[in-house]
Design a protein around this ligand. Structure first.
Ligand code: NAD
Ligand code: DAU
Length: 357
């Protein structure tokens, strides 16, 4: 692992992964390919450790010429594919970019890897790692066991269906062409640099602005929350020790329901930013997300047993660190909100719901 291409490295998980790798892998050279959609920003890549080992390329993973050129010119031996359209609510409003980036984009990268590596020494010592989601498995009933690596796929939103399609393509390239792929399916991440359309940063920022905290439906849905740095560590371990063709489930094992997460955020803000307390008074139930998955939970026995990974953070410490990070980075919040048409998104997603965000 010397020359790595990271796609989507200006987004939430990608930028955290770039930072993490530069810190712990002293030899690796990183090429970061990102289209800088609303979700990506160079603000996420400020103050990198050892920035000389990081090259940013502004471009689209769906462009075959660009991707093959980057792989050849930089002698890429490892590709970590994070780029995606990632927000379920946006996939409900407009699914087309999800099909394009998540399916066509993944196909474009697989073809580039097959071609470039095939023509320059073969697949030995190379790796294509695909970062995917627990949402491909569908929705769990309250009593059902957690998702395992062999749970049948049952995606229920345009986002998760497009991620499922990309996972199938990645596995097909392993079985058909012998491309050395690995996959990780991970649960909900949270932490620094997360775009504030997702539950946790949205609630923090709305509370700071004295806006309603829009809880979908009854708020009893359950996610399996993981601090983003734990996810980065798991990906790095899969690159180092994972077997080609294998999939590893990743999760945090913390499972309070949404309304309890929102209450915990309010309590933290009451302590760390007492102005506006009690923040719970802002909680507003709004009409539910269509097709809303009720519960996710990940069985992480495989990655724990085979690679020795387990999360280091629990939700209490991770949420506190996250609230502190957002409170400590008002400039980041201001630039991100301004760059990305954020207020238009709030208007589009929440105005018709009745509870104005
Ligand atoms: P994000 O939306 O924060 O970032 C996505 C990045 O991809 C952005 O920087 C964006 O500019 C870039 N991008 C989008 N389309 C592109 C294109 N066509 N070409 C190049 N770059 C493009 O997403 P995230 O939350 O960091 O998620 C990263 C990956 O992890 C995704 O594949 C997602 O499905 C997966 N995942 C996310 C979570 C989570 O909780 N956030 C959990 C499990 C898996
Ligand atoms: O499970 C992994 C997935 O987690 C990733 O693949 C996705 O990229 C990521 O966006 C995330 O999907 P979710 O839909 O679970 O995350 P989101 O933050 O959008 O919502 C979390 C829960 O909170 C979900 O039950 C919906 C609810 N919610 C969300 C928002 C934005 C609300 O109640 N109100 C809100 O305003």
């Amino acid at each position: 692992m010397k020359n790595m291409l990271i796609t989507g490295g200006a987004g939430f998980i990608g930028s955290n992964f770039v930072r993490y790798l530069l810190r712990i892998e002293p030899e690796v050279q990183i090429v970061n390919l990102d289209a800088l959609t609303y979700a990506g920003s160079l603000e996420n890549l400020r103050d990198l450790p050892d920035p000389a080992r990081h090259t940013f390329i502004h471009g689209d993973i769906c462009e075959p010429g660009l991707v093959t050129r980057l792989m050849s010119e930089h002698g890429i031996d490892t590709l970590v594919h994070c780029a995606a359209e990632s927000h379920v609510d946006r996939s409900i409003h407009g699914p087309a970019p999800f099909i394009q980036t998540n399916i066509v984009g993944t196909f474009t990268l697989l073809e580039a890897a097959r071609q470039v590596w095939g023509e320059t020494g073969g697949f030995e010592g190379r790796r294509f790692h695909h970062v995917s989601t627990d949402e491909v498995f569908g929705s769990l009933a309250a009593e059902s066991p957690a998702f395992g690596e062999t749970t049948p796929y049952d995606p229920r939103s345009p986002y998760s269906a497009s991620k499922a399609g990309s996972d199938h393509l990645v596995r097909a390239y392993f079985h058909t062409y012998g491309l050395p792929v690995t996959l990780t399916n991970c649960s909900n991440n949270y932490g620094p640099y997360q775009f504030p359309e997702k539950l946790i940063p949205l609630m923090i920022l709305n509370a700071l602005r004295g806006r309603p905290l829009p809880v979908y439906g009854d708020g009893r849905q359950v996610r399996d929350w993981l601090y983003v740095e734990d996810h980065c560590e798991a990906i790095q371990l899969v690159l180092a020790k994972g077997k080609p063709g294998e999939t590893y489930n990743i999760g945090g094992g913390n499972q309070p329901c949404n309304i309890d997460i929102v209450r915990q955020i309010c309590t933290l803000l009451d302590e760390l930013h007492p102005e506006g307390a009690p923040h719970e008074r802002l909680i507003t139930h709004v009409p539910d997300r269509p097709g809303h998955d009720r519960r996710y939970a990940m069985d992480i026995a495989k990655i724990r047993a085979e690679l020795g990974w387990a999360p280091r953070h629990n939700l209490t410490s991770g949420l506190r660190a996250t609230v502190e990070w957002y409170l400590g980075h008002p400039e980041w919040v201001a630039v991100i909100a301004q760059q990305s048409g954020y207020n238009d998104w709030l208007e589009k997603n929440y105005a018709q719901r009745g509870g104005k965000a």
